[in-house]
Write a protein that binds this ligand. Structure first.
Ligand code: ADE
Length: 230
């Protein structure tokens, strides 16, 4: 049977999942907690990684290699770049990039390293399921590019840099690193984010105000998708 990994970066991003799933069993491994659980007959492993690309790579690798998950869904919050995205709206990544990866001094594009690629694409089938779920809800969902970096972005200047160099619609701190792991291990993956702020001067205040409610919107949507995954 298929085993689905669901990960977030912060406790608040997985708490709404743990409230709704059944048969939860906590396992401690590699300085982190993993929760085996079931939902509507589907086997799940749920974890939050801690913030950033390094911790999220470790957790994604563990979910796939130790817990043998064969699909990975990420649920969490993001800062909006695309002005069409309002707080509480959803974005699914069609592709992701690392906005803070920079060896441009050697003539490479921002986000590119030799033997890597500037963008990684998410699984089309999982995206199709998300669009089906969105049709039956009143939530606003767009598909677009998500840029990841080890920075909480709270400046229009940095936002413009990311917009100009990656044409990204939203930004966060884990998606692209999870994508690198899943791509390397050939496991289908899906990245969902609900908007908590617009990555401008007010981002810190907005994040504190909306992170919990937006994380919940994302988590509930992910569980609606789980029902539809074979
Ligand atoms: N996640 C949510 N908002 C963010 C921001 N402004 N920068 C980085 N990650 C985020």
């Amino acid at each position: 049977m298929s085993k689905i990994a669901i990960m977030g970066a912060m406790p608040e991003e997985i708490a709404p999942l743990l409230e709704r799933v059944e048969n939860v069993k906590k396992i401690e491994y590699a300085n982190n907690s993993y929760y085996e659980a079931s939902y509507k007959g589907k086997a799940l492993v749920i974890a939050y990684s801690k913030i950033g690309k390094v911790f999220s790579s470790l957790t994604a690798s563990t979910l796939l290699e130790k817990f043998a998950c064969d699909k990975l869904l990420f649920s969490g919050v993001a800062g909006a770049i695309n002005p069409a995205l309002k707080i509480g709206d959803l974005i699914i990544a069609d592709k992701l990039c690392q906005h803070d990866l920079d060896i441009s001094i050697f003539g490479h594009d921002f986000g590119f390293v030799p033997e890597g690629s500037k963008f990684l694409e998410t699984d089309k089938h999982l995206r199709a399921i998300a669009k089906e779920v969105a049709k039956k809800s009143s939530l606003s969902l767009i598909e677009g590019t998500i840029a990841t970096g080890d920075q909480f972005v709270a400046s229009n200047e940095r936002k413009e840099f990311i917009s100009k160099n990656f044409e990204a619609d939203a930004l966060e701190m884990e998606g692209a690193s999870v994508a690198v792991v899943c791509d390397a291990l050939d496991v289908p993956f899906f990245i969902l984010r609900a908007i908590s702020d617009t990555a401008n001067d007010d981002a810190g205040v907005d994040f504190d105000e909306f992170m919990v409610s937006s994380a919940k919107i994302s988590a509930n949507f992910i569980l609606d998708m789980v029902e539809k995954i074979d």
